[in-house]
Design a protein around this ligand. Structure first.
Ligand code: SAM
Length: 207
């Protein structure tokens, strides 16, 4: 990631500003996760699903989800940064996808309607993690599932964020066992966690 883009002299006031600023260059900054589609298959994303991509950014995951849920399914791509979503909308097809500028802590959606919710590379940036998980629980259908996914462990990611300039330098991903406790508090069950240097995978079910 290019740290020079966020100078300490002109720090963005919010995460929204921070990611809006990075939106035009985001896709050149992040490396491709080659396993993303197989992770989504493993999580059970299938044709006809209604799936929410939280912190979708420019749609790195969204496009894979659109393909997996097919024409009979729906992807809802949520982000607080309207600039990230604008870049995403311009690159990817609008077919079976709704792009919505919203904070995960206040989702403008009805109760009980998603089959799967994925938070890919977003969780450390969420200021009120328990509120976010409670919102995800509310919009999930009974039996619906949530996955919090990163391409490395919390220790590596937290070290990386700590070295960045700008507002994200304080953002921390909880250890998977601590996230499991938060998921339980939000009402989720059947929590499974895998955390190693290559992956952070915590999934849970709304019973
Ligand atoms: C590190 S980027 C990852 C983007 C995308 N998932 C990817 O992998 O390329 C984190 C994204 O989460 C968004 N975000 C941060 N806090 C959020 C919140 N409270 N609600 C929704 N989106 C949020 C940011 O605007 C940003 O686009």
């Amino acid at each position: 990631m290019n740290r020079s883009l966020q100078t300490v002299n002109n720090p963005p006031a919010s995460h929204r500003d921070y990611f809006n600023h990075l939106a035009p260059v985001w896709d050149t900054m992040v490396s491709r996760e080659p396993n993303l589609e197989s992770y989504m298959n493993k999580f059970g994303v299938q044709q006809g699903d209604v799936v929410m991509d939280i912190g979708a950014g420019t749609g790195r995951l969204t496009t894979i989800l659109q393909h997996l849920v097919g024409p009979g399914g729906q992807v809802i791509a949520i982000d607080i940064s309207e600039q990230m979503l604008t870049v995403g909308k311009n690159i990817h097809s609008a077919e079976n996808c709704q792009w919505s500028c919203a904070d995960v802590c206040r989702l403008p959606f009805r109760d009980n309607f998603t089959d799967k919710v994925i938070c890919y590379s977003v969780f450390p940036h969420i200021k009120q993690p328990l509120t976010a998980l409670q919102e995800i629980y509310r919009i999930s259908s009974p039996g619906g599932r949530v996955l919090i996914l990163h391409s490395c462990c919390s220790r590596k990611l937290n070290q990386f964020h700590a070295k960045l300039n700008g507002i994200v330098c304080f953002d921390r991903l909880p250890a998977s066992r601590d996230l499991a406790v938060l998921l339980e508090k939000a009402g989720f069950a059947q929590i499974k966690a895998v955390e190693n240097p290559e992956i952070y995978w915590v999934e849970a079910v709304k019973n």
